[in-house]
Write a protein that binds this ligand. Structure first.
Ligand SMILES: [Zn+2]
Length: 92
């Protein structure tokens, strides 16, 4: 894990903020956290997976949810490994 500002790997734990571990960089004193939430909300993902299972193709799902079909394909692949082991994603 590296400092978001200076790439130093010297840090100390500096408390928990919003359920995330906060670190303090010893090189530049910058406070940063891990597990920063990025990307789309879980509901959108879940909806995409449900639609995929219902038989929609990735492009259709992408149009419905305003995400790229590549992103949809990625989610479906992730979830086919995790939550839906029996579901085999279609390749478009
Ligand atoms: Zn730093």
């Amino acid at each position: 894990m590296k400092c978001a500002r200076c790439d130093s790997e010297n840090y100390i734990k500096n408390g928990i903020v919003l359920d995330r571990q906060r670190y303090c960089c010893l090189a530049c004193n910058y406070n940063y956290t891990t597990n920063i939430k990025r990307g789309y909300p879980t509901e959108i993902k879940r909806k995409a997976i449900d639609l995929a299972i219902a038989g929609y193709n990735h492009r259709a799902i992408g149009r419905l949810l305003s995400v790229s079909n590549v992103t949809v394909a990625k989610w479906v692949r992730q979830h086919s490994n995790a939550d839906y082991p029996s579901y085999v994603p279609q390749l478009t």
